[in-house]
Design a protein around this ligand. Structure first.
Ligand code: TLP
Length: 340
């Protein structure tokens, strides 16, 4: 049986064409700023996000955490939505690497300008200074939902009025672009820094970027070096990233369609799907967490729980429509076994 891996869009393998551009990439030492492929990718990313500059980093985690470090001082408070990746899945980095506390706002990953206004600490020696708002789009823990533009613009205004900086964890911002038809630069405009990933739905093997002002990106470049993230002949990876941005954005629509048919298929199997997928994730519930994992793995189907009784399916470059049908067939069998 062919294994079907729906744990994440991070599991994609580079295509033949992508490997070819990697093999032929022009290289140099990026710590000296001399890798032409990295430079090309960074210029492309900055233009795409409508910012002055961009820096190539190893991961989404590094992109977020170096950005947080660049905006804050030890002891500050960062405001973020519930289930934010920076808080939930980055190994405690805001506290460990920047010495900041993350305070969550709103519900289910989403919040509004009023939450920001109420969340900011007063300027009083009893309170830690609030200096940054970090927003995630699409929101992973919420199931790949798009954080709508209007509330973001209002949040940005509320944050600016209070002197706060704004960071976007846009690991999957291109999924939001394809789902909404709104360009990346419009999504990025309210933010001082925007992190986005090449190694998720876009299918590159490694790499993320942060875009922002020249000054902010220089600060992040220094933090990247300090944290051991200077990458020398990184053009091998940058070439894959550039290829992904040029060839794999429009096809995200296919992943979104696959997620929707997956959700419909699950419903016909009487599985409790949280909501109609907006992008490439399907969140669903099944009480017997261990049983579901066991029975699907026995059928070469990989699906991760996000917590007790809650699962996430992620569609990606390596999932074709036959795989969706095939995976649903395997789930039907697993459920027959578990429901008896
Ligand atoms: N998310 C991974 C896991 O860490 C959960 C996944 O499989 O979805 N921001 C967001 C919104 C992300 O979803 C991720 C990765 C990151 C940042 C971190 O990216 P990497 O894994 O490159 O450090």
């Amino acid at each position: 049986m062919k294994p079907i891996d729906l744990r994440s869009d991070t599991v994609t393998l580079p295509t033949r064409a992508m490997r070819d551009v990697m093999a032929n990439a022009e290289l140099g030492d990026d710590v000296y700023g001399e890798d032409p492929s990295v430079n090309r990718l960074q210029e492309h990313a900055a233009a795409l996000m409508g910012k002055e500059a961009a820096v190539f980093v190893a991961s989404g985690t590094l992109a977020n955490q170096a950005s947080i470090r660049s905006h804050t001082h030890h002891g500050d408070v960062v405001l973020a939505g519930e289930g934010a990746h920076i808080l939930r899945y980055e190994s405690g980095a805001p506290a460990a690497l920047s010495g900041v506390q993350v305070k969550t706002l709103g519900e289910g990953g989403f919040f509004d300008a009023r939450d920001v206004a109420l969340g900011v600490h007063p300027k009083d020696a009893h309170y830690a200074p609030t200096t940054l708002v970090a927003l995630e789009n699409t929101h992973n823990f919420a199931g790949g939902r798009v954080f709508p533009l209007e509330p973001i613009q209002a949040i940005a205004e509320a944050a600016r009025d209070r002197g706060l900086a704004l960071h976007l964890d846009g690991a999957r911002i291109m999924n939001a672009v394809v789902a909404s038809g709104i360009s990346a630069s419009v999504w990025a405009a309210p933010f001082d820094t925007v992190a986005f990933c090449l190694s998720k739905g876009l299918g590159a093997p490694v790499g993320s970027l942060v875009a922002g002002s020249t000054e902010q990106i220089e600060r992040i470049r220094r933090i990247r070096k300090m944290w051991g993230g200077g990458m020398r002949q990184a053009g091998v990876l940058a070439a894959a990233g550039l290829y992904a941005l040029e060839h794999h954005v429009d096809r995200l629509a296919e992943d979104h369609l696959h997620a929707r048919s997956f959700a419909e298929g699950l419903e016909t199997l009487d599985v409790d799907v949280e909501r109609t997928p907006e992008t490439n994730m399907v969140m669903f519930r099944f009480d017997d967490t261990q049983g579901f994992v066991r029975e699907t793995r026995l059928r070469d189907l990989l699906i991760n729980p996000t917590g007790p009784g809650r699962f996430r399916v992620v569609t990606h470059l390596g999932v074709r429509s036959e795989d969706v049908d095939d995976a649903l067939g395997r789930i039907r069998e697993a459920l027959e076994e578990l429901r008896g």
